[in-house]
Write a protein that binds this ligand. Structure first.
Ligand code: NI
Length: 139
């Protein structure tokens, strides 16, 4: 972390009021400065994801019925096809039918998006999401 720098921000009072409410909802210990830093980091990570060749990290979370037409096998094959981008995965048997899988992925953002779309777009996946984060190196 670099040296702390201070700067003033001019903002509409109503907007600032809403921002303070947001900070208050985050609980004790939260303050404007920390909230602004979080927003800036968020924006920087989002920007990294926009650059297709940037190395990024994410998680793909999905829920599916493993009985549905070879779905478990299809999802497994897709992960094997991209084994160099799949860092780790966790499988939870939610009940007799439903499975939850969380896959940690790392690689160029464009390729990670493609893998996530293929997995989440597989017929039978009930719900899923790609959560985009960062290697942390540039923050
Ligand atoms: Ni299962």
């Amino acid at each position: 972390m670099g040296k702390l720098a201070r700067f003033g921000v001019a903002m509409d009072e109503d907007l600032l009021g809403k921002f303070d409410e947001l900070v208050a909802r985050r609980g004790s210990g939260a303050n404007r400065s920390e909230a602004v830093r979080d927003l800036v980091r968020d924006a920087l990570v989002d920007e990294q994801w926009e650059a297709p060749d940037e190395e990024i990290v994410g998680t793909i979370t999905m829920v599916f019925d493993h009985h549905a037409n070879d779905l478990a096998e299809k999802l497994d094959s897709l992960q094997h096809a991209h084994h160099d981008k799949v860092v780790s995965s966790m499988h939870v048997h939610l009940d007799a039918h439903n499975c939850l899988e969380v896959i940690v992925v790392r690689g160029a953002s464009g390729q990670i998006r493609t893998i996530a779309e293929a997995l989440l777009g597989t017929k039978g996946v009930k719900h899923g999401k790609l959560v985009t984060t960062t290697t942390g190196r540039h923050l």
